[in-house]
Design a protein around this ligand. Structure first.
Ligand SMILES: Cc1cc2nc3c(=O)[nH]c(=O)nc-3n(C[C@H](O)[C@H](O)[C@H](O)COP(=O)(O)O)c2cc1C
Length: 361
């Protein structure tokens, strides 16, 4: 019977176990978004994960939506990430980069020249942005012109190339949690009348164009996609999510993606998905299926044993348990993560969660 501690192949990426570290924004790379030694230590501490998906990383300054998040744009950012990937590889791990454009989930103070954030349509999200001067209400974004979209697709392609230069083992396209790609997919945020809006086919177009650009760099076998079809995160809704995501996943078939990473339910909240059939996505997809959201050891083992997933991504448990794989394997208790230190700050609540047993020096 399949379990968490068996190897698995995702496209061209061989994992020694099926415990994946989910992407986790920690806002610890300074105003210039450059990873440094502290970030390298944090990821290296977690290198026993079957796979690390590094935190969401902006593909352009326009794609940034939170203070102190990393980019994959400048030479310094690429060099910073190189320290991280080298440190993970020295520990025998594997690491992908999550490519991110936040769309409307931003604030002028984070945008080039204080511009408005961009989105498929000028619809203001509920909630607040995390800026360098604290929380600030979201603003009404500017709807992208049709002829601006190829430039954003090129930003993804350049970021994918930069991720290669930075030594990653592949990339994950962030299509989840109410950011730009998700904003185009769902009709609560996409009210466009051009070829990127209206029908499900049109709303899926940006995802397919981005996937084509990214796989032109990495091939499908080193590219994954994350989606959250039933999540309201970042004020999202859609009139028919099953039809939308069934179509999107089927349309991805030509790209032979390594894996589909699905946040099942409300991100970080209830696993109740209002009847959404995730297994329909699994059946429609030829690559591996990675499940996430609220998994613990029994839930994860059941999903693998029953063939409902090929790998399980753990988010919060990896924040406070650098040796999560070993703890799950031995049934050791898990340390609880502290919310106050999730975003921003220093080593505290970041690299100071101890492993149960330290390797001899
Ligand atoms: C501190 C924090 C940061 C997160 N950052 C990201 C991110 O950068 N990209 C992403 O796709 N999801 C992000 N998420 C969502 C997690 O990847 C994951 O979907 C969520 O925590 C549910 O999984 P869990 O129950 O195993 O924690 C974040 C969640 C938390 C708690």
């Amino acid at each position: 019977m399949t379990d968490l501690f068996q190897p698995v192949r995702l496209g061209a990426i061989d994992l020694p176990n099926r415990v994946v570290m989910a992407p986790l924004t920690r806002s610890r790379t300074g105003s210039a978004g450059i990873p440094g030694p502290m970030n390298a230590t944090y990821y290296a501490q977690r290198a026993t994960a079957g796979l690390i998906i590094a935190e969401a990383t902006q593909i352009s300054q326009q794609g940034q939506g939170y203070a102190y998040t990393p980019g994959i744009v400048t030479e310094q950012q690429i060099a910073g990430w190189r320290q991280v990937t080298d440190a993970v590889h020295r520990e025998g791990g594997r690491i992908l980069l999550q490519l991110w454009h936040v769309g409307r989930i931003s604030h002028p103070s984070l945008q080039p020249d204080g511009a408005l954030p961009v989105a498929p349509s000028a619809i203001k999200p509920e909630g607040q942005a995390f800026t360098e001067s604290g929380f600030a209400p979201f603003v009404t974004p500017r709807a992208l012109e049709t002829d601006e979209i190829p430039g954003i697709v090129e930003d993804y392609r350049r970021a994918a190339r930069n991720a290669k230069e930075a030594g990653f083992d592949g990339v994950e396209i962030h299509g989840a949690n109410g950011y730009l790609i998700d904003q185009f997919l769902r009709d609560g945020t996409n009210q466009r009348t051009d070829r990127y809006g209206g029908s499900i086919e049109n709303r899926t177009r940006l995802l397919l164009e981005v996937t084509k650009a990214v796989t032109s760099v990495w091939g499908g076998e080193r590219t994954g996609l994350r989606i959250s079809p039933a999540s309201p995160a970042n004020d999202m809704r859609d009139s028919n999510p099953q039809a939308l995501f069934d179509h999107a996943v089927a349309a991805l078939a030509p790209f032979n993606l390594a894996y589909l990473h699905v946040v099942e339910g409300a991100t970080g909240g209830s696993r109740d998905a209002g009847g959404f059939d995730f297994q329909a996505l699994r059946r429609a997809f030829s690559g591996a299926y990675m499940a996430n959201n609220g998994y613990d050891l029994p839930l994860a083992q059941a999903a693998l044993a029953e063939g409902r997933a090929d790998a399980i991504a753990f988010g919060r448990p990896f924040i406070s348990n650098p040796d999560l794989v070993e703890r799950l394997r031995t049934g050791a208790p898990l340390a609880q993560s502290q919310k106050e230190t999730f975003y921003g700050g220093d080593e505290h609540g970041y690299t100071d969660y101890p492993a149960l047993t330290r390797k001899a020096a």
